[in-house]
Structures are given as C-alpha cells and as structure tokens.
Write a protein that binds this ligand. Structure first.
Ligand SMILES: Cc1cc2nc3c(=O)[nH]c(=O)nc-3n(C[C@H](O)[C@H](O)[C@H](O)COP(=O)(O)OP(=O)(O)OC[C@H]3O[C@@H](n4cnc5c(N)ncnc54)[C@H](O)[C@@H]3O)c2cc1C
Length: 517
C-alpha cells in the first residue's frame, strides 16, 4: 500500500486492541486510529478492575493473546517476575498490563502507524467511499475501513422495574461503573443475576463492607461452577456432536459422566459450528431452555473465588435465590423487590439498601442509549442478528446492513457480534476472530486500492460479497444436512435395536424440537 489507508478501530478493550495489533504487525499495513472513550486503552470492561479479588476466570496457560504463540502470556508473566503461573488464575489487572504491553510493542514496531484518540465516537457515516467518524469533542476522523469493537452493552432495566428506579441513586444500572464502597453501610444489597459478574460484585461488596448481607437473585438461581484444581490436557479434537440441541445435550451428558469439565472443554472448539448448523428455532430453543445450564458449566469460577463464595454463603452473608422479579421500585431511600420463587410459592417481598444489575448485556440495539449504535441502526448500516444477541456479521466479520448485504469496509468483532459466533465472549475465541477480522480488513483495503475506478470496485465487492454469502449459506446448509442424516441414523438404530416404539419416540422428540419453525 503506497498511499497508506486508514482503519479506525472503535473500542480499545481486548477485541479492539488485538485487531489493531494484528493490523500494525502487517508489513506495510494501514495507519490505525484506535479510539477509546474509557479512562485507559487496553483495559475494557474486563481488565479495568484494580481489585486483587478480581481474578481471570481462565487459567493463565490459556490466556495468550496469540493463538499461534500459546505461551506468549506465560512468557510475559515470567519476564515480570511471575514464572510457573500456567495453572494460576492471575488478577485481571495484570492481564490488562499485558494487553497494554502488547499494544506498546506493536506501536513501536508499526512505523508510527498507530494513532490513539481518547474520545467517544458518537456517529459514523459514509462519505463517498470513506467513513467519517464524529467524536464527542467535535473532531472528525476519516477512515477507509472501520472495526466496531464495542464490547457488551450494559444490562437493560428489568421489565418489572418501575422506570423511576433508573434515576435512583440506590440502583446501579452498570455494575462496572458502580463503586461498592458507596453502598450504604446498613441494609442488604440486592444483586440481580447470579453469573460471573454477580460473583465479582459480591466479592467487591464484601471487600468494601465486610458485614453487608447480599441476595443474588436470578431466574434459575444457578451459580457458576468451579474450575478443577488443575487443568486436564485436552484429548485430540474429536468429531463435533451434531443434531438438535437435545441431540447435542444427550451426547455431552453421556461424555460428562466421568469428567464434566473435560466434556464441556472438548465441546468448545465445536460450539460455533454447532451454533451455525442449528436452525433459528433451534438456536432460540437453546437460548430459552439450555443456556443457563451451559453458561454455569462453561464460564466457571477460579477455585479460590469459589471458596470465598462458599464461605460467604456459609456465613449467611450471601443468599442465592431463584425466582422471577415481579416488582422493583425505589422506595423510602432504598429498593423494594418482589419476586415469585422458582417452582411456585407465595410472592416474596423484601427491602434492600441498593440494587445492582448484573443480569447480562442488553440485546436490544435499537433503543440501547448508545448514540453510535442507535444512529447506525437508524441509517440501516447495521442490524441485529436473528437471535437479538448483538450486531449481525458475516463469516468475515463484516457488518450486515438493513438490506441484508455485508458492508465491504465496516466490521464488528467480539461480544458485540456474538449472534453469528455464539462463543466470541472470551480471550481464546476473540483472539482467533481478531486475527481473521484483521486479515479481512487488509484484504478489503487491498481490493479497494487495486480495483480501479469506483464503479469497477463496487462490482468486484458485490461479486466477492455474493461468493462469501453463498459459501456461508452452503456451509450452514451442509450442517443442517448432516444433522438430518444423523437423525435418520438414530431412527434406524432405534428401530433395529429397540423396536418400532423407540423409533417413533425418536421421531416425536425430533418433531417437538422442530415445532413452530
Ligand atoms: C468482568 C469480566 C471478566 C472477564 N474475564 C475474562 C477472563 O478471565 N478470561 C476471558 O477469556 N474472558 C473474560 N471476559 C470476557 C471478555 O468479554 C473478553 O475477554 C474481552 O475482554 C471483551 O473485549 P471487548 O474489547 O470486546 O469488550 P470491552 O472490554 O468491553 O471493550 C470495549 C471498549 O469499547 C469502548 N467503547 C464502546 N463504545 C465506544 C464508543 N462509541 N467510542 C469509543 N469507545 C467505545 C468501551 O469503553 C470499552 O473500553 C471477562 C469479561 C468481563 C466483563
């Protein structure tokens, strides 16, 4: 590239930093403008915490930022005086330092191609062939391609909550922007949700107010499971389970009899293929019925964190409740909550000093309160994926617009784009997507700079786009075909081994799983 192109990367958490780094490492690659509105680059929501209680929930051995250099993080830890940490769950603060060091090194080796902009992108619009990014201070940045690495959106106000609660200082809408030291000294803390974020908040509240009592309330009342004491080496990658969510569940259950952690970990490389192979109704069915169980087994607590949570529960400082919130109101300087317990029983009503929302990322993009996302939606440049988990992207991380066409120069990666790849929420998955996304960006810039006049370029883009869409659909269809073949085999086996009644039972199960599609 002689006339150097410019790529704007919006968001400097793990996803944005790794994409920027990959672009900077490309010989004679583009200029990269990395834009971050938060206080620090390379931290994002996950690695901003300075708390010694907030540990990674993945062992250091699996946290290299580069899939092709598995020991990269361990080597860096060694250089900072922390050798032999492979099995350890180091602090998230330390991981943030690691990311910042990677960014510094890439900037140093990138021929001064990195520009850091400390501001919020409010709007993104087309300007001829290029993009114009409007920053909060009024400045504009022009770029040939844009990567959206915006992370998770803060959780929405629960449906049953009084809208006035959102304005109350007794309600923390964004758990990462809330300071537990500001929790009232008396009264209980209501934690809405019981996943890993809820665990973090419970530990932070306990550190700030050691006698505070907390209730973690979620639909199923399930806490993340604990990691084993050591990591088991993974067996060679086996064949991917196929079929409906019920089929996959059956296979995982069978494999989990001896070692459930091993069974879940072995499934991990296949999750995105399985997800893409399911029809929409199957994905929705998984999200409705199986996701809470998947999440608690897949996203686990470090053993030392699990010990602390057990201790809090034993001492009566943390109660975990299962139920559906019916009412949540700001009430007399606190929060009044009413929920119906899971499995039936009378409505439970309690008063809390404060409520912290840890229910998970918002999915509704159209009214998410983020100016950048709302204007992109309104302009038809992005759309929500079918399951409303985030932005819709194609297999090359290109954002799909309202017209169903992938943009040749607008990309999205990380948890904000988890509709296509369900598992792009943690480092081992995002590092792969970041490398692929950077490669797709470079390819797109190369085709733009070499394909001559704008008209010819658009034709080329369309042909490439059509080819990519065709290949993606073919792979999805192939997965569906494989699932059908597998089903036919199951029915035949049932008939031959267990008789006609069993074969009919298989068919009924299948029909149940596919009803309403
Ligand atoms: C608390 C927590 C702990 C985690 N722990 C682990 C772990 O131990 N191991 C693991 O593998 N994964 C972990 N994860 C998963 C984590 O999501 C990923 O590892 C990864 O950090 C996600 O990075 P991201 O860059 O996509 O999002 P984020 O880290 O959220 O970064 C997005 C960035 O974009 C910025 N931004 C958003 N909008 C704009 C805008 N309009 N203009 C400018 N900037 C903007 C935000 O300020 C933010 O800094 C954890 C996640 C959380 C939330």
């Amino acid at each position: 590239m002689t006339d150097r192109s410019t790529v704007a990367v919006v968001g400097a958490g793990f996803s944005g930093v790794l994409t920027a780094v990959r672009l900077l490492l490309a010989p004679d690659g583009p200029r990269v403008v990395l834009i971050e509105r938060g206080p620090r680059f390379g931290r994002g929501a996950a690695y901003s915490s300075a708390s010694p209680h907030h540990l990674l929930n993945v062992r250091a051995i699996n946290m290299s930022a580069f899939a092709e250099q598995p020991s990269h993080f361990l080597d860096w830890l060694g250089r900072t005086g922390l050798a032999d940490q492979g099995q350890a769950f180091v602090t998230r603060d330390r991981y943030g330092q690691y990311l910042q060091s990677i960014l510094r090194r890439a900037a140093g080796s990138g021929q001064n191609r990195l520009v850091l902009e400390h501001d919020e992108v409010k709007r993104l619009a087309r300007e001829g062939e290029a993009w114009r990014l409007e920053l909060a201070v009024g400045k504009t940045v022009k770029a040939d391609a844009v990567v959206l690495a915006l992370g998770n959106l803060p959780p929405p106000l629960p449906d049953a909550a009084d809208p006035a609660l959102a304005r109350s200082r007794r309600y923390a809408a964004d758990p990462w922007a809330w300071d537990p030291a500001a929790a009232p000294a008396d009264g209980e803390v209501l934690i809405l949700g019981s996943g890993l974020t809820a665990i973090d908040i419970a530990l932070s509240v306990h550190a700030a107010r050691p006698l505070a009592r907390m209730v973690a309330l979620s639909r199923h009342g399930l806490l993340p499971r604990r990691h084993g004491e050591t990591i088991q080496p993974l067996a060679a990658e086996g064949p991917s389970p196929a079929g409906s969510p019920a089929d996959v569940l059956g296979e995982v259950r069978a494999a989990a009899r001896d070692d459930w952690r091993g069974a879940i970990d072995a499934l991990r490389p296949h999750v995105n293929t399985i997800w893409r192979g399911w029809r929409l109704a199957q994905r929705r069915s998984f999200l409705r019925h199986l996701r809470p169980w998947w999440d608690v087994h897949r996203h686990r607590m470090a053993p030392s964190v699990a010990d602390q949570i057990d201790d809090l529960q034993r001492r009566g400082l943390l109660e975990v409740a299962a139920g559906r919130v019916r009412r949540l109101t700001a009430d007399g300087g606190g929060v009044h909550a009413a929920w119906s317990p899971r499995g039936g029983g009378a409505l439970i009503e309690r008063d809390f000093a404060v409520a912290v929302n840890c229910t998970g990322p918002r999915a509704d993009l159209a009214a998410c309160g983020e100016p950048l996302i709302e204007t992109l939606m309104a302009d038809g440049l992005i759309r929500a994926d079918d399951c409303a988990l985030g932005l819709d992207v194609d297999s090359r991380s290109r954002a799909i617009g309202r017209d169903g066409e992938p943009s040749p120069t607008l990309f999205a990666i990380g948890p904000i784009a988890r509709g296509r790849l369900f598992e792009v929420t943690s480092v081992p998955d995002i590092r792969i997507q970041a490398a692929e996304c950077a490669a797709a960006v470079l390819e797109s810039l190369a085709s733009h700079s070499s394909s001559g006049p704008a008209g010819a370029r658009q034709e080329g883009d369309r042909t490439l786009g059509e080819l990519s869409t065709f290949l993606t659909q073919s792979i999805d269809e192939l997965n569906v075909e494989l699932a059908s073949l597998k089903f036919a085999r199951r029915v035949r086996n049932a008939w031959e081994l267990r008789g006609r009644r069993s074969a009919f039972a298989e068919i009924v199960l299948w029909l149940d799983a596919h009803r309403g599609k």
